[in-house]
Design a protein around this ligand. Sequence first.
Ligand SMILES: [Zn+2]
Ligand SMILES: [Zn+2]
Length: 132
Amino acid sequence: MDTKKKDSIKLTPQRIAIIECLEGNTSHPSAAEIYSVVSEKYPTMSFATVYNTLQTLREKGRVIELSIDSGKMRFDPNTKPHHHLICVQCKNITDVHRKFALNLPEGERCDYEIIGNHVDFYGICPGCKKKK
Ligand SMILES: [Zn+2]
Ligand SMILES: [Zn+2]
């Protein structure tokens, strides 16, 4: 994430803490997980601040909101196109950086101009496999 961007959001210390928590974070944390990390440093920070900051970051295209986990929204600071590998048991989300030659046949595009795709792979992660 580029924190020096011109059109950037107003950076309060609390917002910086949230951005730092997300930077390079590949665990696709939920708002609650981000809150538990930043509230250690900023005990007075409310969950609403974390949530609202995440929404602002999303609007600015700094994070992607993932609706993979039905229980909660998960956030991804990696805004480059990539795919996900999802554990159906612990909801662990792993990035997949690979281009797939997926194509929607002409007759099924409904006149859309296709700009991309996102593939979710579901499975059981090594940690959950061990627990069995
Ligand atoms: Zn798992
Ligand atoms: Zn991701």
